[in-house]
Design a binder for this molecule. Structure first.
Ligand code: PEP
Ligand code: MN
Length: 340
């Protein structure tokens, strides 16, 4: 339910209503909009007595939230949320650009990439230290050594760090080094991981599972929000279909659709979404034209030698060209691309 406070409601009214919501066994989450304060009453709504909230002092009206995801829904928060994590801004008139290798492989590989993507205007460096690989025989990542290199890259370039966490047990360790916790497609419905990330103070980048519906994806985001972390960025990274020309099928309509349903920022991953380097620039431009709040792309000093996802990674000059093309679209939609 949404408890809409009157514009004249006092802090005392808000506190008293919060207590009334909690007395019904629901959790109260305060959301301050530009014009009004609303309290989300979340939990099992089949309880009696919710109507009694209407008579609390300062309450204007009590409305149901129709969407199954409550805290993520635009019904609750009509204004779009802008996510700001150091140099990475996604939302408002900012298009965040997260770029870097699929996996961190060496100091030279990561540092050269961080310098190159920074020079081309990226807002954050990505790189996997814990890799969720389809085969147990594939490179699994440099783990904590890789995280240390990410922290070194941030130190030198000032770029925010985005890296994947694959297990709830690793959330604290990854949070020590990273600004944004990436929850990968394969883990979108790992509910213990969602809860653990929801308890972290780091921003969470939640990728869509390749076979997940949008409702399932937004309910996964709801787990993070419900655990107390309001900083969630959604990422469309392609879904599995009958088509085999591309690694996944990248549905860009997701961007506009999800922006109707939720206030959370949504970004696009055209590297995993297509699986082909040559498709990444055009799909990045298309994502920006569709209104995406950011993009995340793979860049490697020598994609032919990459230990993972080389076939979809751009070289430094290719990334630079991609940014030039994206800048034209960003200008057309009157948004700011990447970092200052
Ligand atoms: C990645 O970003 O390298 C990755 C593994 O992505 P996804 O979870 O979307 O497959
Ligand atoms: Mn990858």
């Amino acid at each position: 339910m949404i408890v809409v406070m009157k514009s004249s409601a006092t802090e005392q009214d808000i506190m008293a209503t919060t207590k009334n919501i909690e007395a019904l066994g629901l959790k109260a989450v305060k959301i301050e909009g530009t014009e009004r304060t609303v309290l989300a009453a979340v939990g099992d709504e089949r309880i009696a007595g919710i109507g009694s909230l209407e008579s609390s002092p300062g309450v204007d009206e009590v409305l149901p939230i129709v969407a199954p995801y409550k805290l993520a829904s635009r019904e609750l928060k009509p204004e779009s949320t802008t996510s700001t994590t150091g140099s990475l801004i996604c939302g408002g008139n900012h298009i965040g650009v997260i770029a870097g290798p699929c996996s961190i492989e060496s100091e030279e590989q990561l540092m050269s990439t961080a310098r190159a993507v920074k020079a081309a205007g990226a807002s954050a460096i990505r790189g996997g230290a814990f890799k969720p690989r389809t085969s147990p025989y594939s490179f699994q990542g440099m783990k904590e050594e890789g995280l240390k290199l990410l922290a070194q890259a941030r130190e030198e370039t000032g770029l925010a760090v985005v890296t994947e966490v694959v297990s709830p047990d690793d959330v604290d360790l990854v949070s020590e080094y990273s600004d944004v916790l990436q929850i990968g497609a394969r883990n979108m419905q790992n509910y213990r991981l969602l809860e653990a990330s929801g308890k972290s103070t780091r921003t969470v980048l939640l990728k869509r599972g390749p076979s997940a519906t949008i409702n399932e994806w937004l309910l996964a985001a709801e787990y993070i929000l419900d655990a107390g972390n309001p900083n969630v960025i959604l990422c469309e990274r392609g879904v599995r279909t009958f088509e085999s020309h591309t690694r996944f099928t990248l549905p860009l309509a997701t961007v506009a659709f999800v922006q109707q349903k939720t206030h959370l920022p949504v970004i696009v991953d055209p590297s995993h979404g297509t699986g082909h380097t040559y498709l990444v620039p055009s799909m990045s431009r298309a994502a920006i034209a569709a209104g995406a709040d950011g993009i995340i792309v793979e860049v490697h000093p020598n994609p032919d030698k990459a230990l993972s996802d080389g076939y979809q990674s751009m070289t430094f000059p290719q990334f630079d060209d991609m940014m030039t093309g994206c800048q034209k679209i960003a200008d057309a939609v009157e948004k700011k691309l990447g970092c200052c």
